[in-house]
Ligand binder design. Structure first.
Ligand SMILES: *Cc1c(COP(=O)(O)O)cnc(C)c1O
Length: 455
């Protein structure tokens, strides 16, 4: 069975090793080499696994999380309110770190996306161009406004949506481009910014996986008109749940703030009871989340450096193995390495991706197949199969949309070839990358033998 780093087996593991172990702030030890040789028999065929443990520690506590949380708890100021607060402190620090003029913290990454689209007045009949290869929240944030997602196909080599297809997918209803920096690696922002400029439409980055990744020297999320982040526990910067919007447009920042705060504006000295914008709800971050983030943010740059060194090193090692294709990072881009992503070309490697995952799991290297090939057309049709949905999009309208967005052959191929490692696996010492590469090399060398298991 494929060993995935799911929330469930993480909890099972952490309970077994004792929760106290999680409180130790030591560097994460992810993999431990066994005495197995790369020339030996693969674990799936009865050999010794290359890795002795697959325990992956995340999130990492450094001590201050507990202190800051208790301060909030005892102060009674559990909501950001006015005056000094942890959420406001975090907003300032994150905006500065990313070189953005403004940051608005939210309750989740999904709410950051929803608030941004609300601030752009996106509504029924509007179209938003985005990626089919993404977490479902991207699509849901568009549907939440009764707008139409228009997924375009991906660039197989990079895993990112193909910016070259964006212009042709636009029509008079297109109101927003929403590139997703999948895995934390940048989408080709040059392409999206050019189409945005040419057509006078806004670009919102779904940077929920891309904390402090870069595009041509700018931090991701601060490149387009706005960028949205998630601080859900799996993400590279985390408070369990949480999110943020970055923008350099002060007018948009004010609107996003109102949209996430029941129409009320930002005031530091008192409460604002002027109701400036419609269609807003409460999507505020709590002080508890702010407290954890103020502690966690101090460590993200150091972790990013480690992930980047390990990621680039592993790219080099894996590129030498026949049939292994590390996700390409565009020139001018630095990945945040939320995921380490590569593809298995079955013909060149010798076995298909699914059998590969079994063999790699047997070597005790945690891995997963990533996103499945979701039928987005069916998903959107279903979402609008309601009285309100049918009023906005009667059958001929939704049929026309379905025909226009068409098929995504590269996306489907990607879903059948992709392999993911989680970001915490990139935090160990460099030798961990050698263990991973050795395990994959051993599987590839013995691919013909392993393939017999499938017949
Ligand atoms: C995590 C994620 C989101 C949503 O974030 P939540 O904080 O879970 O709401 C949106 N888009 C992408 C690409 C994500 O990975």
């Amino acid at each position: 069975m494929t060993q995935q780093f799911s929330r469930r087996n993480f909890l099972a593991t952490s309970t077994r090793t004792g929760l106290a172990a999680m409180l130790v702030g030591a560097a994460p030890t992810v993999l431990v080499a066994s005495d197995a040789s790369v020339d030996g028999k693969p674990a799936l065929l009865g050999g010794t696994a290359m890795n002795k443990t697959s325990y992956s520690r995340w999130p990492i506590l450094h001590g201050e999380e507990e202190k800051f949380l208790l301060e909030v708890l005892k102060s009674g100021q559990w909501f950001r309110g006015s005056g000094q607060n942890r959420v406001g402190q975090f907003e300032n620090e994150y905006a500065t770190m990313c070189g953005a003029k403004a940051c608005i913290a939210t309750s989740s990454g999904t709410s950051a996306l929803v608030a941004s689209l609300a601030a752009l007045d996106i509504g029924p009949g509007d179209e938003v161009i985005t990626s089919p290869y993404t977490f479902i929240a991207t699509i849901n944030s568009i549907i939440a406004h009764y707008a139409l997602p228009v997924p375009i196909d991906v660039d197989l080599d990079s895993f990112q949506l193909d910016g070259k297809l964006a212009d042709a997918a636009c029509n008079d209803n297109t109101r927003c481009l929403m590139p997703v920096h999948i895995g934390g690696a940048p989408a080709n922002m040059d392409d999206f910014l050019a189409v945005g400029k040419k057509r006078g439409i806004r670009v919102i980055e779904d940077a929920c996986q891309a904390h402090i990744g870069q595009w041509r020297g700018k931090k991701l999320g601060a490149v387009g008109d706005a960028g949205c982040f998630s601080f859900q526990v799996s993400k590279n910067l985390s408070s369990g749940e949480g999110g943020a919007v970055l923008t350099n447009d002060e007018e948009l920042a004010e609107k996003v703030y109102r949209c996430h705060n029941n129409c009320r504006g930002r005031k530091t000295d008192s409460f604002d009871f002027t109701y400036g914008v419609g269609r807003a709800v409460n999507q505020r971050m709590t002080e508890f989340q702010g407290a954890v983030l103020c502690a966690q943010i101090k460590h993200i740059e150091k972790y990013q450096e480690t992930r980047n060194e390990n990621g680039l090193y592993l790219n080099k090692l894996l590129a030498e193995i026949p049939g292994v294709l590390p996700a390409k990072i565009y020139d001018g881009g630095v990945s945040a390495w939320h995921l380490y992503m590569f593809r298995i070309d079955a013909e060149k490697f010798g076995i298909n991706r699914d059998l590969f995952l079994k063999a790699l799991s047997a070597e005790r290297i945690s891995c997963s197949s990533g996103y499945g090939a979701v039928d987005w057309i069916g998903f959107v049709r279903n979402a609008y199969d309601t009285p309100a949905g049918k009023r906005i999009y009667p059958k001929p309208v939704i049929d026309q949309w379905a025909e226009r967005v068409g098929q995504f052959p590269q996306f489907k191929k990607l879903c059948s070839q992709a392999v993911w490692f989680t970001q915490n696996m990139m935090l160990g010492p460099r030798e961990n990358m050698d263990i991973i590469a050795d395990a994959i090399r051993r599987i590839q060398k013995n691919a013909a033998e392993i393939a017999k298991l499938d017949s």
